[in-house]
Design a protein around this ligand. Sequence first.
Ligand code: PMM
Length: 282
Amino acid sequence: MNPVVQWPRGRLDFTGGCLVMGILNVTPDSFSDGGQFLDPRAAVEHGLQLVAQGAAMIDVGGESTRPGSKPVPPAEQIRRTVPVIGALAERIDVPISIDTANFEVARAAVLAGASILNDITALSDARMAEVAVQQQIPVILMHMQGTPATMQAEPRYDDVVAEVRDFLVAQAEKAVRLGIPPERIFLDPGIGFGKTLEHNLLLLRNLDKLAATGYRVLVGPSRKGFLGKITGRDKPTDRVFGTAAAVARCVAAGASIVRVHDVAEMVDVVKVSRAIAGPVVA
Ligand code: PMM
């Protein structure tokens, strides 16, 4: 695959290997940074800081998807995210993704300056795919079992690695048929989305199998509950070193993007992991 992904309104360069995506949640209730960046000015400042720390893209979300959370109406997601995306787009060069499963939110975000769709439902709504096709922008397809409201109740798989991979490849092939080129598609195993600790570990242990599909892989282990289960750290902000270990694994297994809160720290982790891994075929 070409190491540089280009589309009319953006580009990502994977020549050096894995890139870091910075998380910017404009929500009152996200599990680790909820409420911190509800004020648009604070959110924009934080976004600028993440770019200064080395984020190659910024993921803006207006809906918490923590276990047990309820959907946020599109109008409210738009109210939270669009002003922040608009202000950030004027001031940063790196692409902005919109973290939503709703096509109206996606459309409004793209009009405001977002140029990647991050869809935790992997384009299960065909209207999301339409936005990506019309705008010629990349998509992140994530695997989730159930919905955020119910997903952690009793996740069950016969073979989590194969099931997640087969689902994502099927969604990617659908997207290709609709007109999204493979280099603009990123597959994400959905760490913590309808998965037990063991499922998350199996997915990370076998991440190379997802990378072997030929599509680029994005992983979001940042500060998540499975790290707390392993380390005994209840506060998400205390899980930075746990996140670092997971990020190192993602880089070693061939991930192209890691989605993280602690950008400055993870940029170093990625650089060292990348150097140890040796020259990468992007
Ligand atoms: N995790 C969260 C939200 N959005 N999107 C992708 N593609 N992958 C993820 O793992 C993911 C996501 C969880 O919430 P957070 O924004 O508070 O980390």
